[in-house]
Design a protein around this ligand. Sequence first.
Ligand SMILES: [Zn+2]
Length: 245
Amino acid sequence: MDAVTTERLAQLIRTRQPCVALTGAGVSTESGIPDFRSPTGIWATYDPMEVASIDGFRRDPARAWEFYARRLAVLAEVEPNEGHRALAELEARGLVEAVVTQNVDGLHQRAGSRNVVEVHGSVRTSGCLDCGTPAGLERVLELLPLPTCECGGILKPGVVMFGELLPEAAFAYAGELARAAGLLLVVGSSLEVHPVAGLPFETLRGGGKLAIVNRGATALDEHADLVLDGSAGELLRETVQEVGY
Ligand SMILES: [Zn+2]
């Protein structure tokens, strides 16, 4: 681990307030949640376009729910990792204003983050495709294998599927946060999924800076003040120590 680089990140966080975190799958892979872009685990068994697109879901909701039931079972067994905990701690110290996340797993909240903006939705709630009535996770688990609403409609997990628009209010809030940020701290995202990948440009246009913590290169490395390549958990834990109290 390079102490100089985490020291530089700690300095950016201290001096470029407000700091907003933008997180992607790379934060959660360290908790053991597979990323659909690297076809391992359940993503090797199911075709994302079949089970994670709105058209595929409508065509065969039973097959899609079989997949989501397995994802929910994975989620029940995993824990937030050092990366989630570091961001929660920075928020508790007043150094991170919000976590904008592409993840739907709820691990940021479980780690203690309070202001979490879920731009790709969440698996914790589902909604009826016909009448829109929401259903919580516990209810949905009782209703498996094919959860339906009291009206007879099919329940759909509250995650944004391929072919669906992002939740408008959450994405508008994410844009506001990005524009006002002194520092946008990208963690575990290769910044390839639009429109989320446009948020760093909102920060840069607003005069803020960009720091990236990710395994491997991202699409926006050349625009960043600082790029740290490695484990989000290790790098953020070290950064929190550097920040001090
Ligand atoms: Zn309904």
